[in-house]
Structure formats: structure tokens, C-alpha cells
Design a protein around this ligand. Structure first.
Ligand SMILES: NC(=O)c1ccc[n+]([C@@H]2O[C@H](COP(=O)([O-])OP(=O)(O)OC[C@H]3O[C@@H](n4cnc5c(N)ncnc54)[C@H](O)[C@@H]3O)[C@@H](O)[C@H]2O)c1
Length: 333
């Protein structure tokens, strides 16, 4: 897999979206009302509540009504949730039509629109229904981020920080020293942060597209507890949940002697510098969260497996006893 050519990061690029599409019989645009777009949107959806089979049915039916054939192209302009829904619909409609993703949140630019995974939420938790289906093009236009609310902006940095943890100490240092510029949304710093996070993800996706060797699974750092939090408390954003999940896995690694307390503190300081939460949200019980984590896709033979850091740039998927998880969560209330 070579993703390089299919990802374009360019300020202002959305304006010429129509000239950039792959050859197709018909372009179907899906998006949400909030953003001014240069094209007419045929289908609207956004936010976590759109990641359902019912919404997928609505999309398939509309593609039928519009008379789409296998050469049609679905173009999704929106946040990670819409990208996930559109990716699933494009991969299944007529056994697969072209897909173009135009992420409009920071989180979707650095993560959800990269790597071909899509997902709908199921009875037992997040992203349980989905496929791996690469878009023909991911068009990243950071000027779209100007309208992003602060909370969503902050949320995206959880994935940026996660990528820095996976990449190494130099990336952590860069984020620490550019925190202010990034909060002020200074274009040069923002573009570099996006580019760096994408590079981290692309490397793992290209080497392990189908998530079989454990290399791509590293991108799940922070997500085991993160997904459990998100499915129990809809008021927490994906990035916030991942931030809490990273603190959790760092603390677990500390309790197992894998990292020092100063390693954990440095990660926590960075998360907090970006205004991300690190404690469990009020009202969630560790036992409830543990029960959700039992359904995590990384588990094998009913054994919980988590991504634990051992140094900047290294996380390992390791089995952890439920009692240890409970004990660590109790320290985060
Ligand atoms: N497939 C993957 O590899 C992958 C990776 C990471 C996350 N995800 C998924 O992505 C989702 C989270 O994505 P998200 O954080 O983008 O949230 P989101 O898609 O729910 O969007 C958040 C909110 O921001 C609004 N919005 C989007 N762009 C905007 C803009 N430019 N200006 C103003 N408002 C805007 C949306 O309408 C929505 O209300 C989760 O469902 C998560 O599971 C998928």
C-alpha cells in the first residue's frame, strides 16, 4: 500500500475539489450544514449519532434513488464520524464505489480520514461494524479548521499527542515548545503538527493495513479505556476519552515498572497544556468501564490486552489482569 499520493495537505484546496476528484460517473457529496462549501450537498449527516446502520441504509437508499452506478464517487466533507459512515457506505454500496474524504476537524485530518478504517457503532460498543477501505483521495484543507469550536480543536490534539508518543521524544519536545502557537492556530505550526501525525499513522498503515502484525495496533494507544468511556458517556469527545486513556495506560505501565513516574508526569503535563482531561469523568465507575473493556477488539481469548509504553516511541500490546486495571482506574477518580 502506498498512501502518499492519495493524501493531499494544501490550504485552500477545497475550493477546487471538483477538479481533483478521481474519474467517475457521478459525484455524490455528503456533509453537514455548518460549513460553507463550494458544492451542493446531496446528503447530510454529522456527529457520533450518525454512525448507525440506520444511517447507512438511508445513504444506500439515496444512492439508489440518485441512480448511482459502480463508477460513482462518494465525497464526504465532515468530521471523523461522517468519514466513518461514508467510508462504510462507499465500501459496501455495489460492493464498493470510489471514496473521497475531506476531513473538517483536526481529529479527522490527523486520524479518522487516514488509513481506510471505517466504522459504525454496535450494541456492545464503538466501531464494531466496519470495513477497511482506502479512499482514492483524502483532501486536507486546514483553512476549514477556522470554524472549529475550541473543544473540538482541543480534542484533535489528543491524537496528535498520541502520534508524538509513538514517534519519539523529539516529537514530544516539539509539541511542548509549540503549544502556544498551536493553541493560537498559527498556520505553519498547525500544518506541521498535522503532517507529523499523518506521517506516524501512514507508516503503520502502509506496513500493516489489515491490522494483523501489531504495528498498526500501536495507533490504539489510549483507546481501550477511551472507547469504553465514549460508549458510556456521550458527553465526552473522542479526543478527550483518548487523553484519559493515554494517562491510564501510562499509569498502568508505571505500576508494572515499565516507565518512570517522571515519564508519566511529562505526558500528563503535555495533555493538560492542551487542556485535555486526564482523570475519569465523574459518574463512571471503574467496574462499569472494565466490563466495557472486556469487549475491546484487541482482546484475545477473553484476555484483556492493552498498549503499554516502555519509552518515548515504544508501546507494546500486553495482557493485563483485570484487578490491575481496576486498581489503576481507582487512582484516576
Ligand atoms: N476510522 C478511523 O481510523 C478513526 C480514527 C479516529 C477517530 N475516528 C472516529 O472519528 C469520530 C470523531 O471524529 P471528530 O472528532 O471529527 O468528531 P465528529 O465527526 O463527531 O465532529 C465533531 C463536531 O464538529 C462539527 N464540525 C466538523 N467540522 C467542523 C468545522 N470545520 N467547523 C465547525 N464544526 C465542525 C461536527 O458537525 C460535529 O458536530 C469518532 O466516531 C471516532 O470513532 C475514526
Amino acid at each position: 500500500v502506498h498512501l502518499g499520493a492519495s493524501i493531499c495537505l494544501e490550504r485552500g484546496s477545497l475550493a477546487s475539489i471538483q477538479d481533483r476528484l478521481p474519474a467517475c460517473s457521478q459525484a455524490v457529496y455528503v456533509g453537514n450544514t455548518g460549513i460553507t462549501l463550494p458544492v451542493r450537498v446531496h446528503l447530510q449527516a454529522s456527529g457520533e449519532s450518525c454512525k448507525t446502520v440506520q444511517e447507512a441504509v438511508r445513504f444506500w437508499d439515496e444512492l439508489d434513488r440518485m441512480g448511482c452506478d459502480r463508477q460513482a464517487c462518494l465525497v464526504a466533507i465532515g468530521g471523523g464520524a461522517l468519514c466513518d459512515l461514508a467510508g462504510f457506505v462507499a465500501s459496501t454500496y455495489l460492493r464498493g464505489i470510489s471514496l473521497v474524504l475531506v476531513p473538517t476537524t483536526l481529529l479527522a485530518m490527523v486520524d479518522a480520514a487516514i488509513g481506510g478504517k471505517n466504522g459504525l457503532n454496535g450494541l456492545r460498543g464503538k466501531n464494531r461494524i466496519g470495513t477497511t477501505y482506502l479512499p482514492k483521495l483524502t483532501l486536507i484543507d486546514p483553512t476549514l479548521l477556522t470554524t472549529l469550536p475550541d473543544r473540538q480543536w482541543t480534542s484533535g490534539f489528543a491524537e496528535v499527542i498520541k502520534c508524538a508518543v509513538l514517534t519519539g521524544e523529539e516529537s514530544i519536545g516539539w509539541l511542548e515548545s509549540h503549544c502556544e502557537q498551536l493553541q493560537l492556530r498559527e498556520p505553519a505550526a498547525v500544518d506541521r503538527a498535522i503532517e507529523g501525525a499523518i506521517a506516524t499513522k501512514v507508516m503503520r498503515v502502509e506496513a500493516d493495513l489489515l491490522d494483523r502484525t501489531g504495528y498498526r495496533a500501536q495507533l490504539n494507544f489510549g483507546h481501550t479505556l477511551g472507547h469504553a468511556i465514549e460508549s458510556l458517556d456521550r458527553s465526552v469527545t473522542h479526543g478527550e476519552a483518548v487523553a484519559i486513556g493515554m494517562n491510564f495506560e501510562a499509569r498502568l505501565a508505571y505500576s508494572l515498572g515499565m516507565v518512570s513516574s517522571s515519564w508519566c508526569e511529562r505526558l500528563d503535563r503535555l495533555l493538560q497544556a492542551f487542556h485535555l482531561p486526564i482523570q475519569l469523568p465523574a459518574g463512571l465507575e471503574p467496574e462499569q468501564l472494565l466490563a466495557k473493556m472486556m469487549f475491546d477488539k484487541k482482546n484475545s481469548s477473553n484476555q484483556l490486552r492493552l498498549l503499554l509504553p516502555s519509552q518515548w516511541g515504544t508501546v507494546e500490546l500486553l495482557p493485563v489482569e483485570p484487578a490491575q486495571l481496576l486498581q489503576t482506574m481507582k487512582l484516576m477518580i
